[in-house]
Design a protein around this ligand. Structure first.
Ligand SMILES: Cc1cc2nc3c(=O)[nH]c(=O)nc-3n(C[C@H](O)[C@H](O)[C@H](O)COP(=O)(O)OP(=O)(O)OC[C@H]3O[C@@H](n4cnc5c(N)ncnc54)[C@H](O)[C@@H]3O)c2cc1C
Length: 500
């Protein structure tokens, strides 16, 4: 086959890129995925160590694996290419350890969670129920309709006639933020701080800047489809999508970095690789972040004005300082939960290395560590500026100091942690940038100021003809289920444009 006749080239094999590619392959398109790293998955990848540990790179609290409704997009993406994954249900989404002794668990059982929260704020029972019930309204609208491209009129018309009330409901919530709705019902400042933390742990901004559509999804689906961990680790999702892609007759190439998106007559026509080779396709989809796509893969003269404007509204979120620990089982208390959030003072929630996220996936799938051991994956937001302009020895010393500080703080949850340490590896924003190919190692775009909900998030088409974006810099944002949504939408839009 000549290198000029792919239907679609997808730059990057994150979950957004792979869902786009596999959906298009299933529709009969000839797709080529180009991945700069050795394995697929990006932020949903994994790495193995000789010591017998398999670590998730990032994501490990996984939405989208439910078995009913329409929002179970990971189940659906795999099914679309004849694949499935065994998953292990998690009875608790997260155990919060927050300031002022606020220690509570978000149970899969909705009422059990509400009761635990209401026990702390009995005077706010009505408001708590009203706020979370309103989140269900958003979710129930989304969960009846097929989730495809909002840029495609035929689909919009069809879905409107099938589900008029759900569509009107979503139009109402699209420009709203969770904080505004929370304040309508809730008045206790400490409870509002809790709602901020509920949003921050996945949107990395407080409730006032968190779109209500995303809050509705997260705060309801955790009780509906639930949190389910893929057996064999999060990396299995990408591996299976690739298997499905290849079975459908398309291809992926690893260790293949795209250095340029080729433009002719204002249209994307292909890509140039680090090897110097050029490949042509009818459509090009970028799964790199918008900053990487429009500032690194295209010459400055090609940067559309719409991207400059978008960058005024959305900024890069911080990256993370990640600590991957292997520990003896005795290091953890009995009956500990898989996911934890630790924050000692409210003022520090958004600060550099303020909030700590912890996941212990081996509680659900013990095969990821040697027998009698666990993985404790800890991460905390950190900015690239903290880690630049350091000599190698300064960088090493700073990493060690930061890791020790994290471990010290973790002993509040796991008093025997230090005695039980078996393996330790630290990643910084520089590591995220290097291995994930993301500008400044960012987790993704966050509103630079309060914006009208999700209205400002771009869909998949770009100002450059035949060039599309997919992943967390497109509607509806970060998280595996969200980027799967973006992947379905992108595949749908490209398929319609190709007449498939
Ligand atoms: C520490 C951490 C914890 C997280 N926890 C959770 C969680 O618990 N639950 C959850 O749902 N989400 C979580 N997330 C978020 C989630 O992982 C991401 O939102 C999602 O995986 C992003 O997917 P994506 O498709 O946008 O792209 P990415 O994962 O960024 O993948 C993009 C891919 O493109 C490749 N690429 C980039 N540029 C090029 C190029 N020029 N040439 C070739 N290839 C290229 C990259 O190598 C990469 O493989 C977490 C993220 C992090 C970092």
């Amino acid at each position: 086959m000549s290198s000029t006749d792919y239907d679609v080239i997808v730059i990057g094999s994150g979950i957004g890129g792979l869902v786009t590619a596999s959906q298009l392959a299933a529709k009969g398109a000839n797709v080529l995925v180009l991945e700069r790293y050795l394995i697929p998955g990006g932020s949903a990848g994994y790495f193995d160590r000789d010591s017998g540990y398999r670590f998730d790179v990032g994501a490990s609290m996984i939405f989208g694996f439910g078995d009913k409704g329409t929002t179970n997009l990971l189940t659906r993406a795999l099914d679309g290419v004849g694949m499935s994954i065994e998953t292990i249900p998690d009875p608790v989404q997260v155990h919060y350890h927050l300031p002022d002794g606020l220690d509570l668990k978000v149970h899969k059982d909705y009422e059990k969670f509400l009761q635990e929260l209401i026990a702390y704020f009995p005077h706010e029972e009505k408001g708590i129920r009203q706020f979370y019930d309103e989140c269900w309204k958003v979710f129930n609208c989304l969960n009846v309709m097929e989730l495809l491209s909002l840029e495609e009129l035929g689909y919009l018309t069809r879905v409107f006639f099938q589900h008029p009330f759900a569509c009107l409901g979503l139009v109402k919530y699209l420009p709203q933020n969770a904080g505004d709705i929370a304040r309508r019902y809730i008045h206790d400042p400490q409870l509002l701080k809790f709602i901020d933390a509920e949003c921050y742990i996945w949107s990395v901004v407080p409730a006032d800047r968190t779109p209500m559509i995303n809050a509705g999804m997260v705060f309801s689906d955790r009780h509906y489809g639930g949190i389910n961990y893929p057996k064999g680790g999060v990396g299995q999702i990408a591996q299976k999508l690739v298997e499905g892609l290849e079975k459908a007759g398309s291809q992926i190439k690893y260790k293949t970095r795209v250095t340029e998106i080729l433009i002719e007559n204002n249209r994307a026509v292909g890509v140039k690789l680090a090897s110097g080779e050029t490949l042509r396709a009818k459509r090009v989809v970028s799964n790199a972040t918008r900053w990487d796509t429009f500032e690194k893969l295209l010459p400055a003269s090609q940067k559309p004005n719409s991207e400059t404007k978008w960058q005024q509204r959305y900024q890069q979120s911080p990256s993370f300082l990640s600590l991957h620990l292997g520990v003896k089982a005795e290091a953890l208390p009995a009956d500990v939960e898989c996911h934890h959030i630790l924050l000692e003072t409210w003022d520090e929630m958004e600060a550099e290395q303020g909030t700590i996220f912890v996941s212990i996936p081996t509680l659900l799938d013990p095969s990821l560590a040697p027998e009698g051991h666990h993985i404790v994956h800890t991460f905390t937001p950190s900015w690239m500026q903290e880690w630049e302009n350091l000599s190698p020895s300064e960088y090493k010393a700073k990493k060690e100091a930061a890791a020790n500080r994290l471990i010290d703080r973790l002993t509040q949850l796991f008093p025997n942690l230090i005695q039980g340490l078996d393996y330790q590896e630290v990643g910084t924003p520089r590591t995220h940038r290097r291995f994930l190919g993301r500008e400044n190692g960012t987790y993704g775009p966050i509103p630079a100021r309060k914006l009208p909900g999700l209205l400002g998030m771009p869909f998949n088409r770009t100002a450059i003809a035949n060039l599309y974006c997919v992943g967390d810099s497109t509607f509806p944002g970060q998280g595996l289920n969200a980027v799967a949504f973006s992947g379905f939408a992108c595949a749908h839009r490209v398929a319609v444009d190709l007449g498939l």
